[in-house]
Design a protein around this ligand. Structure first.
Ligand SMILES: Nc1ncnc2c1ncn2[C@@H]1O[C@H](COP(=O)(O)O)[C@@H](OP(=O)(O)O)[C@H]1O
Ligand SMILES: [Mg+2]
Ligand SMILES: [Mg+2]
Ligand SMILES: [Mg+2]
Length: 357
């Protein structure tokens, strides 16, 4: 029986279990032929698994933390106008809950989804928009949907903010291994001040007595580093990133990977620097794309700042209004990395001012 004695132990435990449960659904849909893909208003894709995973995780948060507010990436409007898709999502949820896989099955702490109406109501618990005050969860039910559809990496990412500061982060990566050649499927979690750990996604998560602690490669020079970046050229500027890498003296080619698996990979020592420079300055990064991943890097001995070296400000609602470009690096080289990046960012994008200053 879990004791939940440390601060945020219960939040971490429930978040891990909710992510594990959602991953049963996303993996089942991943291996099936029908993904129910739609294109959202911003031209990005969403699948039936994004909706299903959001319903399952928010049902769990509602059951365990009914007073907390939630930011969820998706909403139910596409399902309410599309009964066929809604039925498919509900079937995927029922199948996942009845799958017999580790983490499925009845649990009072994780709640349940008993009807399509229930499902849509849970999905719509994610509409909150004030991140500055109180307890707010940020969920990305599938981060890297394009990667998910391509057969690449994806993540289920859940963070908890308290008064605008991320305190807990859990990221499940069904296609990432903790070690080369190791079993695919990890769930990484972090609590501020308590470090980050990794478990197998297939494990009995509550029974893992001493999960492996994460610590980034504290390389002594940027020339020893390798860097990762997104696969999608529309999500970050591969050109600016290549220029930065050259200035840092990084000779190894970049590792391209979708989703917050990048944050997780560098936390596990698979690469050191994560570069995410904007393609266009008018894009506002989403809170759920960074909340969970960033605390995992910080708790693994890393630094996460924006491309001007500024602290990331999580208080501005569903999108970041005070930061552009996200950079992660181990503490050992973070200052050297930022010395190189800041002038390149100013040259490429100008001196962008924080909106609230
Ligand atoms: N123009 C853009 N610039 C930066 N990020 C973008 C973007 N358009 C979409 N994204 C975000 O990039 C995320 C995926 O990141 P990556 O490219 O590292 O895999 C997407 O998450 P979702 O897949 O959850 O929608 C989406 O929120
Ligand atoms: Mg999306
Ligand atoms: Mg995302
Ligand atoms: Mg998403």
């Amino acid at each position: 029986m879990a004791t939940d004695s440390l601060p945020y132990a219960r939040e971490r435990r429930i978040a891990e279990l909710a992510v594990q449960r959602a991953a049963i659904l996303t993996e089942a849909v991943y291996t099936s032929k029908i993904k129910g893909t739609l294109t959202k208003d911003d031209k990005s894709p969403v699948t039936l698994a994004d909706f299903g995973a959001q319903a399952l995780v928010l049902a769990a948060l509602h059951a365990s933390f009914p007073d907390d507010k939630i930011f969820g990436e998706e909403d139910s409007s596409d399902l309410r106008s599309n009964p066929e898709l809604s039925g498919m999502v509900f079937k995927a949820i029922t199948d996942a809950l009845n799958s017999g896989a580790r983490g499925s099955g009845e649990s009072a702490e994780l709640g349940t989804v008993t009807s399509e109406k229930d499902m849509m109501d849970y999905i719509d618990l994610g509409i909150h928009d004030n991140s500055a005050k109180g307890r707010v969860w940020a969920l990305d039910p599938i981060d890297g949907t394009k990667g998910y559809l391509r057969g690449g990496q994806y993540a289920i990412a859940l963070g908890l903010l308290v008064d605008g500061v991320v305190q807990v982060g859990v990221v499940g990566c069904p296609h990432l291994s903790a070690e080369e050649g190791g079993e695919e499927g990890v769930v990484v979690s972090a609590v501020r001040g308590q470090g980050a750990v990794v478990k197998q996604l297939s494990a009995d998560l509550e029974a893992v007595a001493s999960p492996k602690k994460l610590w980034m490669n504290q390389v002594s020079s940027t020339t020893e580093a390798s860097f990762c970046e997104g696969v999608e050229a529309g999500h970050s500027s591969h050109d600016v990133q290549a220029k930065i890498a050259a200035e840092l003296g990084i000779s190894k080619p970049s590792v391209r990977m979708d989703s917050q698996a990048k944050y997780v990979a560098i936390s596990m020592g698979q690469g050191e620097v994560y570069l995410r420079l904007p393609v266009k300055l008018d894009y506002e990064e989403k809170l759920w794309d960074h909340a969970a991943g960033s605390i995992i890097v910080q708790e693994s001995g890393g630094v996460v700042v924006d491309m001007y070296g500024e602290t990331v400000d999580f208080t501005t609602g569903r999108t970041f209004k005070n930061n552009k470009g996200f950079i992660s690096a181990p503490i050992s080289i973070a200052d050297d990395v930022m010395k190189v990046i800041k002038p390149i960012a100013i040259e490429a994008y100008g001196k962008w001012a924080r909106s609230s200053l």
